[in-house]
Design a protein around this ligand. Structure first.
Ligand code: ZN
Length: 561
């Protein structure tokens, strides 16, 4: 069956609620563990169906945000998602209260109980209207960005479509394209400030109602983080400041010399080589074909997986007006099918989709037979290990995509990993400021961003751009709006992926076995346990980052660029 034929039917939440509640009552009344296990199976089936319908709506709406039918369905999902979360929370409550816990753990694993304990803290019926309000704000923000129309050189573009101009070898083009791009955010500054301020306040209110001091701890709990907290993350940022920021600053200096500029301005940073950035060679169809061959050669498991993606039409890759921005991978439970969404624009990012998002998709495909919805995906920082490591594991095939640009691509990829980490921790530290100071004004938030940026990105030069000088760069980072505290995850995963980069060059067979084992474990374990399972070093342990950086730094020093 192909994606287009996946049936959508609006889940009747009144009916589902009554079925769910009946199952929960039976669960509580059950005298034996065996009966409770059977009821969990029925709950899983019910959940697979609701989640599949919700995801079909979200996917189809993101493909065309102008589609009135799916827009209405998306509004319905925004309203009903918290109701559904409430039911899952009720399930967690009765689960944790079960007198047969030992037998249930035997059947379902300890991690389900850890997740239940963690997520139980994030919901009470009292906050339901506030959660619905939060969802509406997130959708409002998404829609504003998806419908951005940027006038540039007599044509109208969306935000993603501006990327090739912003990477142009011609400096005037880069500058002007970047100015127009930021111009969209400047024109909408009041709206964005209002939406974000509302988001911060509603999140703070939810946190206080749930018994937290502020949103920070709630944000961590919502992300299912069971084995580290804000203190560990602060220590990790400190490691980055000491071990990565100097490397990143040196790379930026090197870039400035390479592209022969007196000063590296913000619009120059994406321009890596005087001969132009590496670009993939060929049409979207051709790149997909290359990816299909690559995954067949990499392993039998990846070959089977990617053939399934192509045959079932689960790749939505081309940029179009009205399409939501960015890229993602989803999983549709009823069909045990991953789905990949992207906005191809002719840059190296297109290939990243076929490795990064495909890494996510390969993991969920490898975990598709877990009955518990909780175990299909792990927490985000673990998820990003699958995707970012796949970007490195597929290096031997990059010559087919980039031809004469291959060495440039590899250098930019690895250097980009280093310069990304300080940016990632900037986003994280900013959000800690925001949610620890929920009454800060929009201007104070921007000032805080600019201060944090100066610490981790000391090379950054905004060339007098008003919004950016005032601290508005983070407007471009949609995670800050829709997924608070989800960003440090990319950097944690990068530190792990760089270990796979090293291992896959020096011990290919074991690297692949470690990676496969990690993907097959899905969400059955917490982040740090998965790190251990994959034979990776824990990024929070002082000294890890320094050690991981050594061979990377050496490789970059030896590179010709
Ligand atoms: Zn990802």
């Amino acid at each position: 069956m192909i994606f287009k034929d996946y049936q959508y039917q609006r889940p009747d939440m009144v009916e589902i609620k009554s079925q769910f509640e009946k199952l929960l009552a039976d669960f509580q009344a059950a005298a034996e563990a065996e009966t409770q296990n059977n009821i969990i199976e029925q709950i899983n089936a019910l959940r697979h169906n609701v989640e599949s319908m919700f995801k079909l709506v979200q996917i189809r709406y993101s493909i065309d945000t102008r589609d009135a039918f799916y827009e209405a369905e998306n509004n319905y999902v925004d309203e009903q998602q918290p109701v559904y979360s409430g039911l899952v929370t009720d399930f967690y409550k009765v689960l944790l209260a079960s007198p047969h816990r030992a037998q249930l753990v035997e059947r379902w694993g300890e991690q389900l109980f850890d997740i239940a304990e963690c997520l139980l803290k994030t919901f009470s019926p009292e906050v339901l209207p506030l959660l619905q309000r939060e969802n509406k704000l997130v959708s409002e923000h998404r829609k504003l960005l998806a419908n951005a129309k940027i006038d540039y050189n007599g044509e109208v573009y969306n935000l993603q479509q501006m990327a090739p101009f912003m990477q142009s070898p011609d400096r005037t083009t880069r500058k002007e394209a970047s100015r127009c791009y930021m111009g969209f955010f400047e024109e909408n500054e009041a709206t964005i400030d209002r939406v974000y301020d509302d988001m911060v306040k509603v999140r703070h209110e939810i946190a206080v109602k749930l018994g937290f001091t502020n949103y920070v701890e709630l944000g961590y709990a919502r992300l299912g983080r069971t084995d580290y907290g804000a203190a560990e993350v602060a220590g990790y940022r400190q490691q980055v400041l000491e071990a990565v920021v100097p490397l990143a600053t040196a790379l930026k200096k090197r870039q400035q010399k390479r592209i022969a500029l007196d000063e590296l301005k913000y619009y120059d940073e994406v321009f890596e080589f005087p001969t132009g950035n590496p670009t993939p060679k060929g049409s979207v169809e051709h790149l997909v074909e290359l990816a299909q061959n690559m995954y067949r050669e990499l392993s039998p498991e990846t070959g089977e997986f990617f053939d399934f993606m192509v045959d079932s039409e689960l790749l939505e890759l081309e940029a179009k007006q009205g399409k939501s921005g960015g890229g993602y991978c989803e999983f549709i439970d009823n069909h045990k099918a991953p789905f990949i969404f992207a906005n191809f624009n002719g840059t190296a990012a297109d290939v990243d989709t076929l490795t990064h998002e495909a890494g996510h998709a390969f993991q969920v495909y490898s975990s598709r037979n877990y009955e518990l919805p909780e175990y299909v995906w792990p927490t985000f920082e673990a998820c990003e290990i699958h995707s970012m490591s796949m970007e490195f594991i597929t290096w031997p095939w990059m010559q087919h995509f980039f031809k004469e640009d291959t060495e440039k691509f590899k250098f930019a990829h690895l250097a980009g990993a280093i310069t990304f980490i300080p940016y990632g921790v900037t986003v994280d530290e900013f959000q800690h400021f925001v949610y620890e100071n929920p009454t800060a004004t929009p201007a104070e938030r921007k000032a805080a961003w600019r201060d944090i940026e100066r610490k981790y990105l000391p090379h950054r030069d905004y060339d007098g751009n008003d919004l950016l000088e005032r601290g508005g760069f983070w407007y471009r980072q949609s995670h800050i709006f829709g997924m608070p505290f989800y960003y440090i995850d990319y950097t944690l995963a990068e530190v792990c992926a760089l270990q796979f980069w090293y291992k896959s060059q020096h011990d290919k067979a074991n690297a692949w076995q470690d990676y496969l084992r990690l993907c097959q474990a899905g969400g059955t374990q917490s982040f740090l346990k998965l790190v251990k399972l994959a034979n990776l070093q824990n990024p929070f342990v002082n000294g890890t980052i320094n050690q991981v950086m050594k061979p990377v730094s050496q490789w970059l020093d030896d590179a010709e660029f």
